[in-house]
Design a protein around this ligand. Structure first.
Ligand code: PGA
Length: 251
């Protein structure tokens, strides 16, 4: 049985006091969501210390939005996976398209970050997805294949089982333009097949693959109903607790 996961990526939004209020609101409403859905909130680094304390003992897991690809040392401005783990963080997003686009993160860097995350007991949420021109050129399967192969295929079997994958077509992120449930399903099935060919079908069938990109209460149920969609990575709609919870109730 694969885990169902709904994760809220707050991106660079909320001041600490606002973030704490949002986290409290999500925790207060979390009882409305079926017990078999894992809820994850992913605030900015500056809020993690307080939010992990708040979430401790509740059903809410906490994630970070990024980590360094090095263990420690002279890397000004970076935050290590060890620091996150020590704060009680459970998950870390690796390779969000905004990090690839604005911070030059490559598939090879992302492999290093995943190794750091796993070495520090964090579960990586590895993001992949094509840009609009790549989909229009009918290269989307190939682009995602390369991302998955170059960042995940050097992992061993023990490690790959800890990874959560998020398929996020770049043209759907923050645009209001969602992939259709069919487009999500066919890419998720493609990713699962790649994993099965490399790691075997038992492992591939155990890995949760989330959809991300303009997911909202009005479209989540249709997308989550697809057999290879195991939940969502939610951006904008995760900033409103009621919307985030409504999405998680769509399973
Ligand atoms: P969105 O963002 O839901 O605002 O489109 C999703 C994401 O970037 O993870």
């Amino acid at each position: 049985m694969r885990r169902k996961i709904v994760a809220g990526n707050w991106k660079m939004n909320t001041l600490p006091s606002e973030g704490l209020a949002l986290a409290k609101d999500v925790i207060a409403k979390s009882g409305e969501v079926s017990g078999d859905v894992e809820l994850v909130i992913i605030p900015p680094f500056t809020h993690l210390s307080e939010v992990t304390k708040l979430a401790s003992g509740t059903r809410i897991a906490v994630g970070a939005q990024n980590c360094a690809r090095w263990q420690s040392g002279a890397y000004t401005g970076e935050v290590s996976a060890a620091m996150l783990g020590a704060m009680g963080v459970d998950y870390v997003i690796i390779g969000h398209s905004e990090r690839r686009e604005y911070f030059g993160e490559t598939n090879a860097h992302l492999y290093e970050k995943i190794k750091q995350a796993l070495a520090n007991n964090l579960m990586p949420i590895f993001c992949c997805g094509e840009k609009l021109d790549e989909r229009e050129a009918n290269r989307h399967f190939q682009v995602v294949q390369q991302q998955v192969e170059e960042s995940l295929f050097a992992l061993d079997e023990g490690n790959i089982k800890q990874v959560v994958i998020a398929y996020e077509p770049v043209w759907a992120i923050g645009t209001g333009r969602t992939a259709t449930a069919e487009q999500a399903q066919e890419m998720h099935a493609h990713i699962r097949k790649l994993l099965a060919n490399k790691f075997g079908s038992a492992i591939a069938d155990s890995i949760s693959i989330l959809y991300g990109g303009s997911c909202k209460p009005s479209n989540a149920a249709e997308i989550f109903a697809k057999p290879d969609v195991d939940g969502g990575l939610i951006g904008g709609a995760s900033l409103v607790a009621a919307d985030f919870i409504a999405i998680a109730k769509s399973f």
